[in-house]
Design a binder for this molecule. Structure first.
Ligand SMILES: Cc1cc2nc3c(=O)[nH]c(=O)nc-3n(C[C@H](O)[C@H](O)[C@H](O)COP(=O)(O)OP(=O)(O)OC[C@H]3O[C@@H](n4cnc5c(N)ncnc54)[C@H](O)[C@@H]3O)c2cc1C
Length: 299
């Protein structure tokens, strides 16, 4: 009996079966996912989460897949892709964006409307949902700087809720107690500023990122969080690990904080390299690097 038969009936034209993670993740690695579903409405989501509750099948919520490492064994369950939940609304200083809207598209819209506050996070390749979940950021600005509130589905009881920023505990690349929520949308409050200045700053930031990051190879951005009063990339470099490789995975020579898939790496190559880097850095410096990227499936 096909355990996904009801999903297939409910999501005609809105699912893929047996697609490989390497086809859609930024790392370009990872095995077969039983089923990937593309909900388009809150009705779709509630139906799906009720089904998941009833059957106990495993699920993973997936934005633009730019911060995940999916196992070579794939994932026996449902991937819920948010990319079709993507409305956006600009209302004076406020932007409301749904989870599947691309983060950088939102920043571009903000800049074009002369709205300042998150321009330094330009070019982060994730979705709004992913940015809220990770408190993504760059060059001293982060998602929560402008976030006012998040609309979510509480996955414990499938209730809709609005979480105000003041009630959320968050920090650097960290948001507490958010695992049990599906992020539907975020509301962001910006400051009015000069559009030309913002455009120039945005272009500068993009230029810097292209110069400093190994964007010509698949990766998922910085592998580790910044340790207190230090930089992961600096520590990795100082430990002599630039260019260290396992199989087709390599510590980028351009930016040591990135691991790149430079030659048909497997997820297992990347994971082994992550462990090796952590171990060597710990042995040499006593500092434990904390993983920023999210592991999906069994490693
Ligand atoms: C080249 C490159 C550069 C990068 N630079 C930066 C950078 O400068 N700063 C930075 O912070 N990050 C950076 N990243 C990492 C990544 O882009 C961010 O973490 C981004 O916010 C992840 O968003 P996503 O939509 O891709 O999330 P995914 O990778 O799809 O998911 C990440 C996590 O968010 C959860 N999630 C996603 N959507 C939802 C939702 N709707 N509800 C609940 N949970 C959800 C997932 O379950 C998972 O736990 C970079 C990545 C790459 C490839």
């Amino acid at each position: 009996m096909d355990k996904y038969i009801e999903i297939k009936k409910r999501f005609i034209g809105k699912f893929f079966e047996d697609k490989f993670a390497k086809e859609f993740t930024s790392y370009k690695v990872g095995g077969k996912i039983d089923i990937i579903v593309y909900p388009e409405s809150t009705g779709d989501l509630i139906w799906l989460f009720e089904f998941i509750k009833k059957t106990g099948i495993k699920y993973f919520i997936c934005g633009n897949s730019t911060n995940i490492l999916v196992s070579d064994n794939g994932f026996c369950g449902v991937f819920i892709k948010t990319e079709r939940i993507k409305n956006i609304e600009v209302d004076g200083l406020i932007i409301r964006a749904q989870s599947g809207f691309l983060w950088d598209d939102m920043i571009r819209i903000a800049v074009n409307n002369g709205l300042d506050g998150l321009v330094k996070t330009s070019y982060i390749p994730g979705s709004v949902g992913g940015a809220v979940r990770m408190n993504a950021g760059a060059f001293g600005e982060e998602t929560f700087d402008c976030l006012e509130s998040v609309d979510v589905i509480d996955l414990n009881n499938l209730e809709f809720k609005t979480l105000k920023k003041k009630d959320i505990v968050y920090g650097y690349r960290y948001v507490r107690d958010i695992e049990n929520f599906f992020i539907l949308s975020g509301e962001f409050r910006f400051r009015k500023s000069d559009k030309e200045e913002l455009l120039n700053l945005r272009n500068e930031i993009i230029k810097k990122r292209i110069e400093k990051q190994p964007l010509d190879y698949p990766s998922a951005g910085s592998v580790f969080k910044r340790p207190l009063n230090n930089y992961a990339s600096k520590l990795i470099d100082e430990c002599g690990l630039k260019g260290l490789s396992v199989g087709g995975a390599m510590v980028s020579k351009k930016h040591c904080g990135f691991i790149i898939n430079y030659n048909n790496a497997t997820a297992s190559d990347i994971y082994s390299l992550i462990k090796k880097v952590r171990e060597i850095v710990y042995n040499k410096t006593g500092i434990e690097l904390e993983l920023e990227q999210v592991l999906v499936g069994e490693f």
